[in-house]
Design a protein around this ligand. Sequence first.
Ligand SMILES: Cc1ncc(COP(=O)(O)O)c(C=O)c1O
Length: 361
Amino acid sequence: MTQLNIDPALASAIKNFQLPETLGFGNVMAPVMASCEYENGKWGELTLLPYGPITMYPTSKVLHYAQEIFEGMKAYRVNGKGPFIFRPEENYLRFNRSAERMAMPHVPHSIFMKSVFELTSYCANFVPRRSGESLYLRPFMFASEESLGIKPAEKFRFMVIASPSGSYFSDTTVGGISVYIERENARAFPGGTGYAKTGGNYAAGLSAAIKTKNLGFVQTLWLDAREKRYVEEMSGMNIFVVINNELVTPMTGNTILDGITRKSIITLARDMGYTVVERNIDINELLSEIKAGRCTEAFACGTAAIISPINYFGEATGERYPLHHPDGKIAMLLREGLLAIQEGRVDDKHKWIAAVEPKTL
Ligand SMILES: Cc1ncc(COP(=O)(O)O)c(C=O)c1O
């Protein structure tokens, strides 16, 4: 059984915290964080402490060689119910798949779950209550070993921080997000780290994010690295398109993150009677289907964004491919269906939500 230490300063940090009216996404941090260190082949004690700066040496390997992984998950507390954490086992499994790819130790189930659940328990009052809002939980692990040698570290730190959050996209993107088709850079390649949730994948997408923004788009769509032909995903979300009333999404492999929202949507859509097909999507086929009116909508999905309809795809040349349903008819039905489960408003027949007991100090 993992022992939990509580820092003596935590009670006053919690008492002094006030949830601001305006949240945004990932801007406001909850007053509690969890921390556990790995050294000499074993995990040490797990501690809950006030959120604040951490000290590390400039030689910490993560700062040079990017040995780092993270997760993103949410706790909901709407209509006086919850907090409920959505599919935490899936995040735990994916975290350790990322750890293996990045030559990092597995985080034991008890340390991962205890960190996430205890942190949420003490932050229960800071889980925002309006529909679509949540406490965004961010478990992460990094190589803390101090040395410039390029070799796998043997010292690591696992932490969980949390952010009371509102919607991922600002109001200016209501009515659908615009998506830029990135035809030059690649985010991931066969044999690479695309399926792992590691910081380097995101860093590799940032210059395209600048280009995307400068061209007036909101999100970048990545194509496969080899042929620049098959749709993969966005920088922080998976993608679905609706062709002839069927939901189509790229198969996940080692270049695409196996999204938990994606997985849940596949189940939910099938429950709702839709056909869902996982297959390669040729970008040229997709654009022709949009022009021909057979692809009527498309949407991005992920823990942070939930489900966000796509308004149009576009190219650097200025061409635009608007969707017939930019507000996402099916997308919004699925979004409501998914949120109803996440917020505990309907029967959780797949056992996706885990209840958390609120605690005070
Ligand atoms: C690259 C990438 N793809 C897809 C997703 C969606 O995954 P999930 O639904 O598990 O949040 C995310 C976000 O976590 C992501 O970072």
